[in-house]
Design a protein around this ligand. Structure first.
Ligand code: TXA
Ligand code: MG
Length: 349
């Protein structure tokens, strides 16, 4: 049997105003969560597939719907710092500093968990990932549900995260009861994940809050540059496998400016291969917001090969590069030598 949930539910889509959601729609979604159902909802980063974090059966339904390995823990969404504290067994000064500075917002804090949080959510780890989303719809939903809401991004495991309701339908239709459609998300890439359960703060995933912003609040945050291989899985933070966020069309990164991108595109096109270049906006905030939509539409297009230019590695550019790197399985080209071009062409076959 497959570990993917076969779509078997009527999934209903309810349009809501992103700034001022209808209380009736929120109440229905909250009731669904409390009854053990799954609700897909927008956050400021990406859409999430939500379940009552205190309901073990709802949690396993989330893992089945996504085809997500049980070893990959979920983020728990709460509505306030107080609610977050109740789910932890320790609340260090750094947690307070980060929470005061960035919540509600696109930051996830990993902290020692309270016994109320099940091993299914944390994949057996002693720590739990918590965040207070700023999206009015997410916030209203958590308040109305009155329970913490576990929610991974609403996509099949390893695939591109959804920034629009239509993406959620494409990925997971039939596995959830309700989808709250509030239009496109604002940040576009997932929250930054900071681990506060170890000796010093560590950025596990760059995201909506930049490393520079984190460092301005707590001057020491470790950030291990991304791994270049998936081989050593145990050494990789959970959920940080290279195959993440991947389109089905092979994507290759180019580190060498737009001239090199053009050269590579021309050379491979001469071999009769259709190559599309991801047109990432120059402003890194806008690039982050549009990244997953551009990847999805390029993936649906005619090209058998996609190229994207490495972005400047600071601010939001770090998160964009991280996702591009994973989406490309770590393939980065730095020249247009004949060997490079033929290796590139090979990928399209
Ligand atoms: O922006 C976001 O964070 C979105 C929205 C829906 O909130 N959610 C999201 O969830 O991206 P997901 O499940 O796709 O990614 C959660 C990340 C994974 O990399 C996971 O491994 C990590 O958080 N994580 C969760 N619990 C953890 C823990 N106890 N220790 C370390 N990493 C953890
Ligand atoms: Mg995800």
């Amino acid at each position: 049997m497959s570990d993917l949930d076969q779509p078997n539910r009527e999934s209903e889509v309810i349009p809501v105003d992103p700034a001022d959601p209808d209380p009736g729609a929120i109440e229905r979604a909250a009731l669904t969560l409390r009854a053990g159902g799954l609700v897909a909802f927008p956050t400021e980063t990406v859409y999430g597939l939500g379940a009552n974090a205190l309901d073990p059966e709802a949690i396993s339904a989330v893992f089945r719907a996504k085809g997500r390995p049980a070893t990959d823990p979920l983020i728990v969404h709460v509505s306030s710092i107080e609610m977050a504290k109740e789910l932890t067994s320790q609340w260090p000064a750094t947690a307070n500093a980060f929470a005061e500075a960035f919540w509600p917002g696109p930051l996830t804090l990993v902290l020692p968990k309270s016994p109320d949080i099940s091993d299914a959510i944390t994949a057996g780890r002693p720590s739990v990932a918590l965040r207070v989303p700023s999206h009015p719809v997410a916030h209203a939903l958590i308040v109305a549900a009155g329970v913490p809401v576990a929610a991974p991004s609403a996509n099949r495991f390893g695939r591109i995260s959804p920034t629009r309701a239509a993406h959620v339908v494409d990925e997971l239709d039939g596995t959830y009861e309700l989808l709250l459609d509030a239009g496109p998300t604002m940040v576009g890439v997932e929250s930054s994940v900071v681990d506060l359960s170890g000796e010093s703060p560590a950025l596990l995933r760059p995201g909506g809050v930049t490393l520079e912003q984190l460092l301005a609040v707590v001057p020491e945050v470790d950030y291990a540059e991304r791994k270049s291989s998936d081989e050593d899985v145990d050494a990789v933070a959970p959920g940080q496998f290279l195959r993440h966020y991947a389109p089905s069309t092979p994507l290759v990164l180019v580190d060498g400016g737009s001239a090199l991108v053009k050269e590579l595109q021309t050379s491979v096109t001469k071999q009769g291969i259709r190559v599309d270049v991801l047109a990432l906006p120059e402003d890194p905030q806008v690039a982050a917001r549009d990244l997953y939509r551009l990847l999805r539409s390029a993936d649906k297009g005619e090209a058998s090969l996609l190229l994207a230019q490495v972005q400047s590695d600071s601010g939001m550019g770090r998160a964009v590069n991280d996702r591009l790197f994973r989406a490309s399985h770590g393939r980065v080209l730095r020249n247009s030598d004949p060997d490079t071009v033929s290796a590139l062409a090979q990928l399209a076959l």
